[in-house]
Design a protein around this ligand. Structure first.
Ligand SMILES: Cc1ncc(COP(=O)(O)O)c(C=O)c1O
Ligand SMILES: N[C@@H](CCOP(=O)(O)O)C(=O)O
Length: 482
C-alpha cells in the first residue's frame, strides 16, 4: 500500500509505504498521510473474519495497510501485542482474552465496547501498544533511533509512555496542559522515573501543545537532525490500529453480516471516529457514526452547520471530560479530504484558513450537501449531562462509566431515534472511571475501584518540567536531552 498526503505535495518521486511514514508525524507538506485508497472488504472476508481472535483480526486488517512488513513478522507483532496479559483490566465476569468485550446495558440494543482494558486504562492503549512494538521492529531493522514528541490532554501521554518506557533507541518528550488533567492522569505520567521519558507541562491548553508538535514537525531540518517522531493520531499507524476494534465490535454485537451497527464515539481530536469512518469506507455495515463532544463542541457544530470554527485557547473550556478539551481536531483534515472528493488542493485551501486562525464554511457547498452519505450524526454533552448520565447508568444498570464514555452515552440516547430500532448501538468506552474519580465522587458519592498496582499512585514523587507554550523552548529542551 502506498501513502499520499491530504495536501498533495509530497515532493518525492515515489510514494512512501507504511514503514517510511511510521516514524514521522505530518507529511512534509504539513498534511496528513492516508492510504492511496481504502481496501475494500468483501462479504467472503467479513464471513471469514467473524470468528477470529482480536490478534488474528488485527493482522487481517492491518496487512491491507501494511504491505512492506513480511506477513509472518506482522502476524507475530499482532500476536505479541493483543494478549490477555496486556489487556487484563476487563470488567468482572468478562474474558480479558476478548481484548475488547461488549458489555450490554440493554441486550442487543445498547452496549459499551470496552476499549480501556489496557495498561493505562484508556482506549489509547489499543493502538499505542502496537505502535511500541512496530517502532521497535522498524528501528531495529533500520538501525535507527527516535525522539518522540507528543501532545496529550491526558491519555495519549500515559499510553505512549507505558508503551515506550525502557524501549531501546526511543525517547519520549510529552507535552501536556499544565494543571488541566485529572490528578490520576497527572500521576500516571509524571510519576514515571524512566530515563527515556520526559514530561513537559505547558502553561496553556492541549491545542497549544498540539500546535507545538506540528510546528516542530514542520521544521524539516530540526526534525531530521533530532529524529523527531510522532505518536499522536496525526501518525497514520494510530488510526490504522483503531480500525480493528470497529470490526471486532461489529462481530461481537451482531449475529450475521447482513446486520448493521451504530457506534457512538466520544470525540476530541477526531482520531477515534476517523477510524470508524474508514472502517465504514472499507465496507463495514455501519448505519450511523454518532459523534459526541463535550462543551468544546467544534465538531458537533460542523456536522450540524457545515462551519468548522476552531476556537482560541480563551474560548476552550476546561471540563470534567478533560481529554476531549480540544478545539482544533487534527484528524478532521483526513475526513474532510474524503468529503471533498479526495481533492488535495481543496484541503490545502481550507487548512490555509485554519492555520491562519480562521474558520471555513462548507454549508452551501455541493460537498456538504453529500454529508449524509457519510452516516454521521452528532451532539454535545455538558457537565450536568455527564453527572446525570453517570448516575443513571450506575442506578439503572449497576455500571460505573467514566466522564468521556458518559458523553458518548448521553449523545447516543439523544440520537437514538436516528438509528433503526433493530440496529445495535455500541458506545465506545474510552476510559475507566478511576481516571476521573473527582467527578465520579461528585456524581455517585463513592470512589471508583482501582487496580491494586495503581493504589497510592498520586502520592509518588513526580518528575515534570513546567514551560511556557513556546516552540523554541521545547526545541531547546529536546536538544539538551538527546
Ligand atoms: C478518554 C478519551 N475519550 C475520548 C477522547 C477523544 O478521542 P479523539 O481525540 O480520538 O477524538 C480522548 C482523547 O483523545 C480520550 O482520552
Ligand atoms: N485526548 C488525547 C489528545 C491527543 O489525541 P491523539 O489521539 O491525537 O493522540 C489525549 O488524551 O491525550
Amino acid at each position: 500500500m502506498k501513502y499520499i498526503s491530504t495536501r498533495g505535495h509530497l515532493g518525492q518521486a515515489a510514494k512512501p509505504e507504511f514503514c517510511d511514514i511510521l516514524l514521522g508525524g505530518l507529511a512534509p507538506d504539513g498534511g496528513l498521510y492516508l492510504p492511496e485508497h481504502y481496501p475494500q472488504v468483501t462479504r467472503a472476508e467479513l464471513d471469514a473474519w467473524r470468528s477470529l481472535s482480536y490478534a488474528e483480526l488485527a493482522f487481517e486488517i492491518l496487512s491491507r495497510f501494511i504491505t512492506d512488513i513480511p506477513a509472518d513478522e506482522l502476524r507475530a507483532i499482532c500476536n505479541k501485542t493483543y494478549t490477555a496479559e496486556v489487556y487484563r483490566h476487563a470488567r468482572a465476569g468478562e474474558k480479558a482474552s476478548d481484548i475488547t468485550p461488549v458489555h450490554w446495558l440493554e441486550e442487543g440494543r445498547l452496549g459499551l465496547l470496552e476499549l480501556s482494558n489496557g495498561p493505562t486504562l484508556a482506549f489509547k492503549d489499543m493502538a499505542m501498544q502496537l505502535l511500541g512494538n512496530l517502532f521497535e521492529y522498524v528501528l531495529e531493522k533500520r538501525a535507527e533511533t527516535i525522539n518522540i514528541l507528543g501532545a496529550t490532554s491526558g491519555d495519549t501521554g500515559s499510553a505512549a509512555e507505558y508503551a515506550m518506557r525502557g524501549k531501546h533507541g526511543v525517547r519520549v518528550f510529552m507535552l501536556s496542559p499544565h494543571g488541566k488533567m485529572s490528578a490520576f492522569q497527572r500521576a500516571q505520567m509524571y510519576s514515571l522515573q524512566d530515563d527515556n521519558i520526559f514530561n513537559i507541562a505547558v502553561t496553556g491548553m492541549f491545542d497549544d501543545a498540539q500546535d507545538i508538535v506540528k510546528a516542530v514537525s514542520n521544521d524539516h531540518a530540526f526534525k531530521a537532525e533530532y529524529k523527531i517522531g510522532a505518536v499522536n493520531s496525526i501518525n497514520w499507524a494510530r488510526v490504522a490500529a483503531q480500525i480493528v476494534y470497529y470490526f471486532k465490535g461489529y462481530f461481537a454485537a451482531t449475529r450475521s453480516n447482513d446486520e448493521q451497527i451504530a457506534f457512538s464515539v466520544p470525540s476530541g481530536n477526531f482520531g477515534n471516529i476517523c477510524a470508524g469512518h474508514i472502517a465504514r469506507q472499507m465496507g463495514l455495515p455501519v448505519a450511523r457514526l454518532i459523534l459526541a463532544t463535550n462543551e468544546n463542541d467544534v465538531l458537533d457544530e460542523f456536522f450540524r452547520s457545515g462551519v468548522y470554527r476552531p476556537r482560541k485557547a480563551a474560548e476552550t473550556h476546561v471540563t470534567s471530560s478533560p481529554s476531549m478539551d480540544i478545539s482544533k481536531a487534527s484528524n478532521f483534515e483526513r475526513f474532510v479530504f474524503d468529503l471533498v472528493g479526495r481533492d488535495p488542493k481543496k484541503v490545502a485551501a481550507l487548512w490555509a484558513e485554519v492555520d491562519a486562525g480562521r474558520a471555513f464554511d462548507l454549508s452551501g457547498s455541493a460537498e456538504f450537501a453529500r454529508i449524509a452519505d457519510f452516516g454521521f450524526v452528532s451532539g454535545a454533552s455538558s457537565h450536568a449531562d455527564r453527572i446525570a448520565t453517570i448516575r443513571k447508568v450506575y442506578e439503572r444498570y449497576g455500571v460505573m462509566v467514566d466522564t468521556h464514555t458518559a458523553d458518548g452515552l448521553k449523545v447516543a440516547w439523544q440520537c437514538r431515534d436516528e438509528v433503526p430500532a433493530t440496529v445495535p448501538i455500541l458506545v465506545l468506552e474510552t476510559a475507566q472511571a478511576v481516571k476521573f474519580s473527582e467527578t465520579i465522587v461528585e456524581a455517585l458519592g463513592r470512589e471508583p475501584e482501582r487496580p491494586a498496582e495503581m493504589e497510592g499512585m498520586e502520592k509518588l514523587p513526580q518528575r515534570v518540567e513546567v514551560m511556557a507554550p513556546d516552540v523554541d523552548l521545547v526545541k531547546r529542551f529536546i536538544s539538551a536531552h538527546v
